[in-house]
Design a protein around this ligand. Structure first.
Ligand code: 2NE
Length: 270
């Protein structure tokens, strides 16, 4: 594929090809562990992907073929969080998780190799996951002195069930791609050499679909789980649809024309 760079960063690659934006962690020497900077860059790229009308689908991945992401970089973990160049401790990957759920476009995790710890949670919160045969999944929190009790626990349990989610967190075992497929943790497993092609094929299928229908579906799937914030997102999409109607425009036009609105011709559906 002829991936065009959308913006240069230090720790990630951000590229574009035919309707697809690809955000790729570029720290293969540490299995794509993330620092606060990595995450800040991903947040920036995800926002650009959201705002770019040419982007219909986002791929989240890691460079090198041996790892999707191994979670927070333990070498910069300090007192109170992961320490960035400004010496401030952060856990900004939680903001990135929220962003992945809120962006009104499908986000698809393309996983080769390790998806571990906070890196595992990142694929969990993506809409879809395509795994290479060499993919390995798991949480390590209780082993390395950490945990993600947010989406990392509750949303994982929605996907694989309560017993399996507790097993994954309490035992910190690793699971291969077939096991992940069996428990519904990933959508498809393919040979590593076919990973990008298959992922792009899935992207093309989604790009050929109604973007508004996909948007409404994403916010609808989220609404059930995200409480008031989920309903707010779904309601925002309803407002978007309403703004597209002549009925809503009549209200605005009447205000600007300093007259009473005339809604009489709009149907009162049963
Ligand atoms: C991923 C795993 C199992 C791979 O093992 P292996 O044996 O294939 O590779 P190795 O030798 O461990 O790793 C290669 C290099 O990458 C570094 C290693 O230290 C090693 O460096 P060198 O010795 O060659 O210099 N590396 C790998 N992962 C790293 C990491 N996360 N931070 C810094 N350096 C890392 C094995 O590498 C592994 O278990 N990695 C650690 C996974 C982990 O515990 N991640 C953090 C979980 S906590 C978290 O992410 C989190 C959270 O719980 C809550 C909120 C937010 C984040």
């Amino acid at each position: 594929y002829n991936w065009q760079t959308l913006k240069e960063y230090q720790e990630i690659l951000f590229t574009y090809h035919e309707g697809v934006a690809k955000i790729s962690i570029n720290r293969p020497h540490v299995h794509n562990a993330f620092t606060p900077r990595t995450v800040t860059e991903m947040i920036d790229a995800m926002e650009l992907a959201r705002q770019n009308p040419d982007v219909g689908v986002v791929i989240l991945t890691g460079e090198g073929g041996n790892a999707f992401c191994s979670g927070g970089d333990q070498s910069v973990r300090g007192h109170g969080g992961y320490i960035g160049e400004d010496t401030v401790p952060r856990l900004n990957v939680l903001d990135l998780q929220m962003q992945i759920r809120r962006i009104p476009k499908p986000v698809i995790a393309m996983v080769a190799g390790w998806a571990i710890g906070g890196g595992h949670v990142l694929h969990v919160v993506c809409d879809l996951t395509i795994a290479a045969e060499n993919a390995r999944f798991g949480q390590t929190g209780p082993k390395v002195g950490s945990f993600d009790g947010g989406f990392g626990a509750s949303y994982l349990a929605r996907i694989v069930g309560q017993k399996k989610a507790r097993e994954i967190w309490y035992l910190c075992d690793q699971y291969n791609a077939e096991e992940a497929l069996e428990m519904g943790l990933v959508n498809k497993v393919v040979p590593l050499t076919e990973l990008e092609e298959t992922t792009m094929e899935w992207c093309r299928k989604m790009l050929a679909k109604s973007p508004l229908a996909l948007r409404m579906l994403k916010s609808s799937f989220n609404a059930e789980l995200d409480g008031q914030a989920g309903i707010q997102q779904l309601a925002g999409d309803s407002t978007l649809l309403y703004y597209l109607s002549d009925e809503a425009k009549e209200g605005k036009n009447a205000f600007l024309e300093k007259r009473q609105p005339d809604f009489s011709k709009y149907p009162k559906f049963p």
